[in-house]
Design a protein around this ligand. Structure first.
Ligand SMILES: [Zn+2]
Length: 361
């Protein structure tokens, strides 16, 4: 990128001019802005010059920074951050100015520099290292009095969902995962109960299986949904504020305000969404290999069943019951088995990728 070259040239010039006074940081040449009685730096160039990966969710205003083996989460307006799952406080909050996230100088010196250090995080972290995925919840959509979509020939969504879910559960069990099904028979289970089951099972992943229907009868294909950023994570965070936060030790939160807890949950949810997106992509790619059918890809949506979960969660629409060709395919056991195999393969690849990334650390 030409901008980076420019930064490099400027930084060499300044080094010569300044003559190396104190410990120099790669961020020393980024312009400072005096705001609220302290010096602020724009976060994007701070990350750029140090090869720190930056993800920003404009909706929740949560920022995720990562540089192996470290991860940092913070939110605009708050004067604390989670680094490798540990809570750190600083003097001034991160702020937003002209659409750019700005961090205080002291935060850059004391906090961001920890990300660049080669030292491994002191304490083992749960949510920040999700590669130890052992417990998976498979949720067969609908059931009992709720049939879901019904095809022209009378094939019910609840039946297709349950069959695919059972096949997937078996494949995952064979791989050694601990699998929990929210229903294993044709029974009605309310959505809130499904998410509560997943949370109390302390699942590492939540996979909900559904079949699609659309008034446009030509619509067909396989698609995956994650919770989109339009879901208000702050409201969800406040609702969860009294629950234990997986990445933070209880002692650190003794006496913490509801707002602090809500914000931390907010960060957990944003993190989980990132993981859900990675898993969703992996599943779409793998299913593309096992199904000779259209892969519509990964999308964001506001499904209730995904919203209440404390772990990365996906809703899979295996095919359209409203499409004549796909309705016929979904009626075939062989086709449902190939769907399950594809999803299983996508999960395995995702888990392997995470394990590999951990080994790198
Ligand atoms: Zn459904």
């Amino acid at each position: 990128m030409p901008q980076k070259h420019l930064v490099a040239i400027v930084s060499v010039c300044c080094l010569i001019a300044a003559g190396c006074a104190t410990t120099r940081l790669p961020t020393d040449n980024i312009p400072r802005y005096a705001l609220y009685g302290t010096n602020y730096l724009p976060l994007v160039p701070v990350c750029d010059v140090q090869n720190i990966n930056l993800e920003y969710d404009p909706f929740t205003q949560v920022v995720l920074l990562s540089k192996k083996p470290h991860r940092l989460a913070l939110r605009v307006g708050d004067a604390f951050a989670l680094i490798d799952g540990k809570l750190h406080y600083f003097n001034h909050p991160a702020v937003l100015r002209d659409g750019t996230v700005m961090i205080p100088e002291s935060f850059n010196r004391e906090i961001v520099q920890r990300l660049v250090s080669k030292v491994s995080p002191a304490a083992p972290v749960k949510i920040m290292q999700p590669s130890r995925i052992k417990r998976i919840v498979i949720d067969a959509g609908h059931g009992g009095k709720d049939p879901g979509a019904i095809s022209a020939s009378g094939l019910r969504e609840k039946t297709v969902n349950l069959d695919v879910a059972k096949r997937l559960a078996k494949l995952l069990k064979d791989e050694g995962f601990s699998v929990f099904m929210t229903r294993s028979t044709d029974t009605f289970v309310p959505l809130s109960v499904r998410t509560a089951m997943a949370n109390s099972f302390k699942a590492d992943l939540f996979i909900s299986i559904h079949s699609n229907a659309n008034r446009v009868r030509s619509m067909h294909g396989f698609e995956v949904y994650y919770v989109s950023p339009t879901v208000n994570d702050t409201e969800r965070g406040i609702a969860s504020a009294n629950k234990e936060i997986p990445s933070v030790k209880a002692a650190e939160l003794a006496g913490a305000s509801v707002k602090l807890k809500a914000t931390l949950w907010d960060m957990v949810y944003t993190h989980n969404r990132g993981e859900s997106i990675q898993l969703g992509r992996s599943i779409c790619r793998a299913v593309g290999g096992t199904l000779d059918n259209q892969i519509l890809g990964l999308k964001g949506a506001r499904y209730y069943v995904l919203r209440g979960t404390d772990m990365p969660a996906l809703l899979i629409e295996v095919g359209f019951l409203s499409n004549t060709g796909e309705e016929r395919l979904l009626g075939e056991a062989m086709y449902r088995q190939r769907i399950a195999q594809g999803i299983n393969e996508g999960i395995l690849r995702y888990v392997r990728e995470l394990a590999f990334a951990e080994k790198d650390n």
